[in-house]
Design a protein around this ligand. Structure first.
Ligand SMILES: [Zn+2]
Length: 380
């Protein structure tokens, strides 16, 4: 089946142009400028951007990936797909090793079905001092042996491990992750500048929500933020919801890292797409008020506990609040995270030969349509 999308403003890595594109068997086969050569589905001048790639996401639609419940996971994927996310990583949180392994095994099934693009372990190998919305009683020192068992539960679908570089055993575990094709991400960490560099040298290539759950930038103690921003090997995740990080700091980080090293993420939890109320995040209770999720009790009460963000909002804010051009925002929301996952040859940009994952946006950058692998999720 061939679909032609005409009268579009197509956002490619090269720029934005008025034109059209055709899709055959789930792939983009032509991108042209001006009027389409044949009949097509007119988009009335709306934008087409690549489907968003969210590499850090715990939930939405009332569901939570750490539950390991396939029905909840399907609901989460559907909610975020409506908001333009066509490639989704399921993030777990710190839990007992048994609970992590059980959720991982269940989510691996959904990876095999193509619903999810992989699993992310956020914890348990993170800092007690920077644990945010992770249960401090369940944190552990990194262990290669344990990590191998968790990996086995994922049957090749564990794609990312967030780890605190300063913990004993961290560098060995980072090396083990990388050797197994798992992206090592530094975060929830109390590391200083030198310890962070050691983690990067061991192979870590991502900063888990830069700024959040790590020491702040200091002019004599640069800490992890400076180390992660200045190293060309590292892609930094940013939660662009206006709550996690002040927009001025996001702009500062973006100027340092650029679109090629910035990955917009949601870090969304169950309340995304639902609204305020009481929710769970792994073993912890979270209260959402005015769209802001915070731990409801215990030693970390009041800590930010994920977001209620969706990728379309992160994209729109990147243009409006951070001043990115549309191609830059598309790079940070799609191509760069796709590159992190090693999938940039198949997804991440509107390019001939790539999978037809795309989002139709209005002038106001609101979602008007979403296509995944050539099939409409929402038809514009
Ligand atoms: Zn998270």
């Amino acid at each position: 089946m061939t679909i032609t999308l005409a009268d579009a403003r197509v956002v490619t890595p090269e720029g934005v142009h008025d034109g059209w594109l055709t899709i055959e068997d789930g792939r983009i086969t032509h991108i042209g400028q001006g009027g389409a050569p044949g009949p097509g589905h007119s988009l009335g001048g709306r934008y087409v951007v690549p489907g968003f790639v969210d590499i850090h996401n715990h939930g939405g639609a009332g569901g939570s990936f750490p539950s390991g419940d396939p029905d909840q996971a399907s609901r989460i994927a559907a909610l975020h797909a409506e908001h333009g996310t066509t490639t989704l990583i399921a993030s777990l949180v710190t839990a007992t090793l048994d609970d992590i392994a059980r959720a991982t095994a269940a989510l691996a099934d959904l990876c095999e079905e193509g619903l999810l693009a992989g699993i992310h372990f956020e914890g348990p190998y993170i800092s007690k001092a920077r644990c945010g919305a992770h249960d401090p009683a369940l944190l552990r020192e990194p262990s290669v042996r344990e990590f191998r068992e968790l990996l086995a539960a994922g049957r090749g679908h564990v794609r990312m491990l967030t780890i605190a570089a300063e913990l004993p055993g961290a560098t060995d575990t980072i090396r083990e992750a990388v050797a197994n094709g798992v992206i090592a991400a530094l975060g929830h960490s109390d590391a200083d500048y030198a310890q962070t560099i050691a983690g990067i040298e061991a192979g870590a290539a991502v900063a888990t929500h830069l700024f959040n759950a790590m020491p702040q930038l200091g002019h004599r103690e640069p800490g992890p933020i400076a180390a992660l921003l200045e190293d060309e090997r590292v892609t930094v995740e940013l939660v662009n919801d206006g709550v996690h990080v002040h927009p001025a700091m996001l702009r500062l980080a973006y100027r340092a890292a650029g679109a090629s090293r910035t990955a917009l993420i949601t870090d969304a939890m169950a309340a995304a797409g639902v609204g305020d109320g009481s929710y769970g995040l792994g073993p912890l209770k979270v209260e959402v008020v005015d769209g802001v999720a915070r731990l409801a009790g215990g030693p970390g009460a009041g800590s930010i506990a994920g977001s209620t963000l969706t990728m379309d909002v992160a994209f729109r804010r990147a243009v409006r609040e951070l001043g990115l051009s549309l191609p830059e925002a598309a790079e940070a929301a799609s191509l760069t995270p796709a590159r992190v996952l090693g999938l940039a040859d198949r997804i991440g940009s509107l390019s001939v030969g790539k999978q037809a994952d795309l989002v139709v946006l209005t002038d106001g950058l609101e979602v008007a349509g979403v296509m995944r692998r050539g099939s409409w999720i929402t038809e514009p």
